[in-house]
Design a protein around this ligand. Structure first.
Ligand SMILES: Nc1ncnc2c1ncn2[C@@H]1O[C@H](COP(=O)(O)OP(=O)(O)OP(=O)(O)O)[C@@H](O)[C@H]1O
Length: 314
């Protein structure tokens, strides 16, 4: 369990993290979202004791990182996959980490196997691709068999197979009862991987809720409609107060009426329908809408009122 209480970090008087309170619970992948500069990396560094908070505190299993007796056994982190001595082999990089943290040598072979690097373990990391570097970073994070994992953009630059592999790995780690905190700008991937979301904007908490609830609460109910008789259907729907927008490939998106009502109107008017499909928003759509509001807030200056309330939604 990671618990932040009024966590604050200012640089030169400007808060990068602003009175942030949240809990990251075991048994789930928690996605950590926010636009560039929102404070995600700063928060992760504060959790890991790499930076000291200006105010508030953050605890790992009830203690600050610095007070953990064997940190690598409790928390594994991947913040920067390039932070590896390029002249060392993957095996020796991990062995050095294991030795300096009092971990058994056999863990090196176990994690190399788990991340799929066993066959290149003796190669110097200089020749590693981005994906291999990310796998090595994950191996280091897993070395102490920790109950908590903190991963900053682990899928950055990976190909489809690598992204899918990380998704399966992280879901598996959460299913084992571990706490997984994951940041990523890839919304489609986040939607497939995370069970819970913490969203921040300008260092403040915008949402702390389940993935399903976040999407449901912030979705605009929209129905996709396809008809050969666009003009008549559009007029009939607009007369009933609907908003009708052209979508791709000749389809239309209708908001303000349920799919059932749209179907009823079409039947009454004898308008042929080729498609009538209620659409749920994707995480990307909901998140973009929310962060646009946060950007608007940022652009409008210090004293203004944000359109998105900076409070938890759960
Ligand atoms: N060491 C530092 N000194 C001064 N300002 C900093 C420092 N680290 C971060 N900041 C500032 O704090 C704010 C938050 O940055 P942070 O890197 O935590 O955001 P982020 O959400 O991780 O962004 P990204 O998605 O781009 O990685 C930014 O305005 C950044 O410029």
């Amino acid at each position: 369990m990671i618990e932040a209480m009024d966590l604050t970090k200012s640089y030169g008087g400007r808060p990068a993290v602003d009175r942030l309170s949240f809990r990251v619970r075991p048994g789930a992948v928690t996605g950590f979202l926010g636009p560039n500069g929102a404070g995600k990396s700063t928060t992760m560094r504060l959790i890991l004791g790499l930076d000291a908070p200006t105010g508030g505190r953050v605890m790992i299993n009830g203690r600050p990182y610095g007070a953990l007796p064997a940190p690598l056994r409790e928390v594994g982190a991947l913040l920067d996959a390039k932070a590896v001595h390029s002249g060392r082999s993957a095996y020796h990089h991990l062995l050095w980490l294991a030795r300096s943290n009092g971990l058994a040598r056999r863990r090196v072979d176990e994690v190399l196997e788990r991340v799929g690097l066993a066959s290149v373990a003796r190669k110097r990391t200089r020749g590693f691709s981005l994906g291999m570097g990310q796998r090595l970073g994950l191996a280091a994070a897993l070395l102490g068999d920790p109950g908590i994992l903190i991963l900053d953009e682990p899928v950055n630059g990976l190909d489809t197979e690598g992204i899918r592999w990380i998704r399966t790995l992280l879901k598996g780690l959460a299913a084992e009862g571990r706490t997984v905190l994951l940041s990523s700008h890839l919304m489609s991937e986040m939607e497939l991987t995370a069970d819970h979301l913490i969203v921040i904007g300008r260092g403040r908490l915008l949402a702390d809720t389940t993935m399903r609830d976040f999407i449901d609460r912030n979705s605009r109910a929209v129905t996709l409609v396809r008809t050969p008789d666009t003009a008549r259907l559009r007029t009939a729907l607009e007369e009933r107060g609907a908003l009708v927008h052209p979508h791709e490939a000749g389809a239309w998106l209708v908001s303000g009426l349920t799919a059932a009502t749209i179907g009823k109107i079409a039947t009454e008017q004898r308008i042929e329908l080729h498609e009538l499909a209620p659409r749920t928003s994707s995480l990307e759509e909901v998140y973009t809408q929310m962060t646009e509001a946060a950007v608007e807030y940022r652009a409008s200056g210090e004293g203004s009122v944000p359109r998105i309330r900076a409070e938890t939604m759960s």
